[in-house]
Design a protein around this ligand. Structure first.
Ligand code: GLV
Ligand code: GLV
Length: 326
């Protein structure tokens, strides 16, 4: 049996895999940068199981070659890099890594919100460039979060973890999701899409990328938002129409943005986002803590280990591929 691991996961997890299943042949990416498409296609050809990163697109072209592949375990909670229809058609199991990155991603969301609201990047930059002339009553003024309304788009694990933090900060929280929510903490309300857009001081996105969420934040949505509002995105880049966001920021129809994810990653050197001072840009680091990335690698492996033991993997994305006992 051959396992291919397409990214540099914590070597301790690789050791753990080798100790637990000495019968496996393990190939893992240990070179700088991400695996090339050509190399990925090559590895997929011989693999019975794969641990993939979100940078690898698992589509028809890959699956046409991966004739031995039985399970593909994404080391990410998002799985928009998987073609689920094709996987289902070929009966290849697919899994992701929920739960383990919830808190780290919520922390990063809050960090981005504070960076934009308090203009921290601008202030820190000014100090480093020796432009700090001493304490002045009117210098470096931002806005505070207490008393403001945070609009959460989606209400999965990460949105709920952000909500808990926002409540402690003394913010009002409104939530938009299609699901009917029953029990919400005090100060938190479920609202319509229109109400979320028109009442939020900060709009934070927490939906997976799919056909329904593609360009959810577009010209129309931006035109309904307050001109003083701030947009935070730690979900997937294509949930927003990046060009529409750039237009809104330039026209003063959106006050700021904190973006950890982009329509095309890495962000192009020519992106106008880089020129906008009211924007904070981070290189897709929501889950980037030592603790979380190790836990993600472990979880990705546990899903494969369960399969190899004939047990149902915890995080099956296409549950109907798993035969239930009659
Ligand atoms: C990160 O973006 C993930 O989906 O885990
Ligand atoms: C700020 O540093 C203050 O003392 O008000």
């Amino acid at each position: 049996m051959q396992l291919a691991v397409t990214g540099r996961i914590n070597p301790r997890v690789i050791d753990h895999i080798l100790r637990e299943r000495p019968d496996l042949t393990v190939k893992y990416w240990s070179e700088p940068g991400t695996i090339s498409r050509r190399q990925f296609l090559d590895w997929a050809t011989d693999a019975d199981a794969m641990i993939t990163m979100l940078t690898e697109t698992v589509d028809r072209e890959v699956l046409d070659r991966a004739l031995r592949l039985k399970i593909v375990s994404n080391m990410a909670v998002g799985y928009d890099n998987f073609d689920l229809e094709e996987l289902k058609r070929r009966k290849v199991l697919a899994t992701n890594t929920p739960d383990v990155l919830t808190e780290s991603t919520a922390e990063l969301t809050v960090a981005l919100m504070l960076m934009v609201m308090r203009r921290l990047r601008f202030a820190e930059d000014a100090l480093r460039h020796n432009q700090w002339k001493g304490w002045e009553p009117d210098a470096f003024l931002g806005s505070e979060c207490v008393g403001k309304t945070l609009g959460l788009v989606g209400f999965g694990r990460i949105a709920q973890a952000v909500m808990r933090r926002a409540v402690v900060f003394g913010m009002n929280v409104v939530v938009f999701t299609r699901r009917r929510l029953n029990t919400l903490p005090g100060g938190v309300r479920q609202v319509s899409w229109e109400e979320l857009l028109t009442t939020s001081d900060i709009v934070s996105l927490h939906v997976p990328l799919n056909a329904e969420s593609f360009h959810l934040i577009d010209d129309k949505a931006l035109s309904q938002m307050r001109s003083t509002a701030v947009l935070i995105n730690t979900a997937r880049g294509a949930v927003v129409d990046e060009n529409a966001v750039i237009r809104a920021l330039k026209a003063g129809k959106l006050a700021g943005a904190g973006l950890d994810v982009f329509e095309k990653e890495p962000l192009s050197a020519a992106s106008e986002l880089r020129m906008l001072p009211q924007v904070t840009l981070l290189p897709h680091i929501g889950s980037a803590t030592v603790e979380t990335r190790t836990a993600m690698a472990e979880r990705a492996w546990r899903n494969i280990a369960a399969f190899l033991d004939g047990k149902k993997p915890l995080d099956l994305l296409i549950p109907e591929l798993w035969p239930e006992p009659q």
